[in-house]
Design a binder for this molecule. Structure first.
Ligand code: HPA
Length: 274
């Protein structure tokens, strides 16, 4: 008989526990902009996605796929190098499977990063935006379908999807170290097209500050599972009805690489204070 989603999560969690031993309380999804964080982790163990039962396998250029265990900012963490995007064809349960597994092995706090296009007129390319809230415009919610009470409640609250305490901590670090940190609402869209000028304008009007193609599914699941979340976004391009410069994948990668030291600094210091 086909295994249930819950059985798959538990099987994968057991595999990881057996392979790795000590389990962390902090998880990190290294999206665009946090790739460099890997070089600061004192790695104790790595698991290739290919070798983890039930794990999807990452395909996008510039994203390798492995789970990394080790120390960062004096804390023991597990990090996902390479995530699963909806636009690649994964369904929402696949996109969010690693977050379920993180929770199943004991992770309580999730850090997540991404690249996004800025609609807020104050933003500049290369800015780092703390995600204060999101708008889910994916065509499907990852919690759709059978709810396992073991994983979370049927109708979870999303009033503090991004932990206020963690946002305050990031703000304190930015103030101490004179770092320009923006705040804003992240609009999650399926992609893979970048937005038309009218769409950027529409997302701004409905309350968005930046738009991207990830994060929202993982954050919904993390909240369902009772985790605290900190999200950060690199503004890699700007969009709006008067902005007719098309963003490119190369431009996005370049801006993200430039913002990396700031992102790494903040996350590392936050971990030290947790
Ligand atoms: N739109 C959607 N996703 C993105 C963008 C954008 O402008 N930039 C980086 N990811």
């Amino acid at each position: 008989m086909e295994k249930t989603y819950l059985e798959k999560i538990n099987e994968t969690a057991e595999f990881i526990r057996a392979e790795v031993g000590e389990m962390p309380k902090i998880g990190v999804i290294l999206g665009t902009g946090l790739g460099d964080l890997v070089n600061h982790i004192e790695v104790s163990k790595e698991l290739d996605y290919h070798n983890i039962p039930n794990f999807p396998v990452s395909t996008v250029e510039g994203h390798s796929g492995k789970l990394i265990f080790g120390k960062l900012g004096g804390k023991y963490i597990m990090a996902m190098q390479g995530r699963f995007h909806y636009y690649e064809g994964y369904d929402m349960k696949e996109v969010t499977f690693p977050v379920r597994v993180m929770r199943a092995v004991g992770v309580e706090t999730l850090f997540v990063s991404n690249a996004s296009g800025g609609m807020n007129k104050e933003f500049k390319v290369g800015d780092v935006m703390i995600i204060t809230d999101h708008i889910n415009l994916f065509p499907e919610n990852p919690l759709r379908g059978k709810n396992y009470e073991e994983l979370g409640t049927r109708f979870p609250s999303m009033t503090e999807a991004y932990s206020h305490a963690l946002i305050d901590m990031a703000d304190a670090i930015a103030a101490e170290d004179n770092i320009r940190l923006m705040h804003g609402v992240y609009v999650g869209t399926p992609g893979p097209t970048f937005e038309t000028p009218a769409e950027y304008e529409y997302f701004r009007v409905i309350g968005g500050d930046a738009v991207g193609m990830s994060t929202v599914p993982e954050v919904i699941v993390a909240n369902h599972a009772g985790m605290k979340v900190f999200g950060v976004s690199v503004i890699t391009d700007l969009g709006g009805k008067d902005i007719l410069i098309p963003p490119s994948h190369e431009e996005v990668q370049k801006a993200a690489v430039k913002a990396q030291p700031v992102m790494t600094h903040i996350i590392k210091k936050m971990l030290e204070r947790l």
